[in-house]
Design a protein around this ligand. Structure first.
Ligand code: JHZ
Length: 425
């Protein structure tokens, strides 16, 4: 196979635009051990118009591997970011009230703790529609959002959040720094796993951060992914799945220090990382490092039975839906989430089981889920149509969604939550 930069080879005929890793994304080690193959799936956030024939949709391999050297869990394929985070990128953070509350609380806490004022600068990498930075704008604290997705950037600007439409890279960080930008706080929520040049991104954070500044970074935690069988959070946007052991190694490589960690329930279980240019490691970091070592999260064996568990979950869910269909029940789904793209395409759950998907995000209405082409409608459809069951694809927000659907439930509607194991509520 043709090699590229000694680290990639050109993908195996699926598409001439992707690159398949042969070396680890962080340390370059070539001894990667593949432990899960989810087949070939379309980009999970790429909603389509019905006129697109399924055969013409791009699909890319989705294989997950473990690096024995730096312990990074990663997918092998790199789909170019322009394909994934395109002009029509449909993910707008502001449609999830729980995420808004979570983000606001974090901003208010940092304003208080660090005494931020009109002379400070808060930068957010992947600032989306301004869901987080608007909390600083409200308090007259200068902000700079950086995000490549056209629609969300427009929305942020309309809301008064100054935003640069760009991918954050080391080059951009150096340019901003030479123009006099230096951040007191850098937020980077759910983006570190999305970038192909992990080292460049982290180095960029160091370059843009003030000496006494803090980078507050949120990532889904690989331990939660494995322990709770959250296989559907694996898709092409997510290149890396981090343990604290790997993150600690990654930041130190760039003379940054992971000084404090919080574990948070958001997105199925995440880590909030407090990273500084100065070393001041607290007990929270040492405790998780010891725990990962003790429980084997840092060893290849931890991942060995994952594929079997994912396969069993798939069978269980298919059996449950088949039984319900056998009884003549009608089923819809809630959440045109990226993770829904993986779940439906991997399990093959399409129109023979589900009638449609509902979602509050108006940018998704009238579009179709990638691959399986289920139409996306507003949630109100559940009340007029009254399907017997709703499969919650955005299971990470299940309580919130079920709470919103009390009218549907009072009419006899039931819910199916697929993860960590399929159950009816
Ligand atoms: P949600 C996103 O993935 C996007 P997704 C991204 N790929 C990422 O990295 C992860 O998060 C971490 C809707 N909804 O947030 C909104 C309602 O309709 O779980 C969303 O379309 N009503 C960048 O897409 C979807 O559900 C509601 O009440 O898998 C949820 O998607 C709520 C709460 C949500 O993540």
């Amino acid at each position: 196979m043709k090699t590229f930069d000694g680290k990639y080879d050109v993908s195996r005929g699926m598409s001439n635009v992707t690159r398949r890793r042969v070396g680890c994304r962080i340390c370059g080690d070539t001894g990667l051990k593949t432990f899960l193959d989810l087949g070939s799936t379309p980009p999970a956030d790429r909603l389509v118009s019905e006129s697109v024939p399924a055969e013409s949709e791009p699909r890319f391999p989705l294989e997950v591997a473990f690096c024995r050297m730096c312990r990074l869990v990663q997918i092998l394929e790199t789909v170019p970011p322009e394909v994934l985070f395109c002009e029509e990128y449909p993910y707008y953070s502001s449609f999830s009230p729980q995420l808004l509350d979570h983000s606001r609380a974090n901003a208010l806490e940092l304003i208080e703790e660090r005494g931020l004022d009109d002379k400070s600068l808060v930068v957010e990498l992947a600032s989306n529609d301004g869901y987080l930075l608007r909390n600083y704008v409200e308090k007259n604290i200068p902000v700079l959002g950086i995000d490549p997705a056209e629609g969300p950037v427009r929305k942020a600007e309309e809301g008064g959040v100054r935003t640069l439409k760009a991918f954050f890279t080391l080059e951009l960080a150096s340019r901003l720094s030479s123009e006099g930008y230096a951040a007191d706080v850098i937020h980077a929520n759910n983006v570190l796993a999305h970038v192909a040049d992990t080292n460049g991104f982290v180095e960029g954070i160091r370059v843009l951060l003030k000496d006494a500044g803090v980078a507050v970074i949120e990532v889904p935690y690989v331990r939660e992914l494995i322990d709770k069988c959250e296989f559907d959070t694996i898709y092409h946007e997510h290149l890396c799945y981090f343990s604290v052991t790997t993150l600690n190694h990654l930041f130190r490589k760039h003379t940054l220090y992971l000084n404090k960690i919080l574990r948070l329930p958001i997105h199925g279980g995440s880590l909030r990382l407090y990273v500084n240019r100065r070393e001041n490691v607290d007990g929270s970091v040492r405790a998780i490092l010891e725990e990962e070592d003790r429980d084997g999260v840092t060893a290849a064996g931890y991942y060995d039975d994952f594929a079997g568990r994912v396969h069993r979950l798939k069978k269980h869910l298919l059996n449950l839906l088949s039984d319900l269909k056998g009884q003549g029940k009608r089923i819809a789904a809630y959440g045109a989430a990226a993770k829904g793209g993986t779940l439906l395409n991997y399990t093959g759950i399409g129109r023979e089981y589900l009638d449609y998907v509902v979602d509050r995000n108006v940018h998704k209405h009238g579009k179709y889920m990638p691959g399986i082409h289920l139409p996306v409608s507003p949630p109100e459809r559940l009340l007029t149509d009254r399907p017997d069951y709703v499969l919650i694809l955005a299971w990470n927000f299940a309580d919130e969604i079920i709470g919103q659907l009390s009218d549907y439930a009072s009419l006899g509607g039931r819910f199916i939550i697929p993860i960590p194991e399929p159950r009816v509520r």
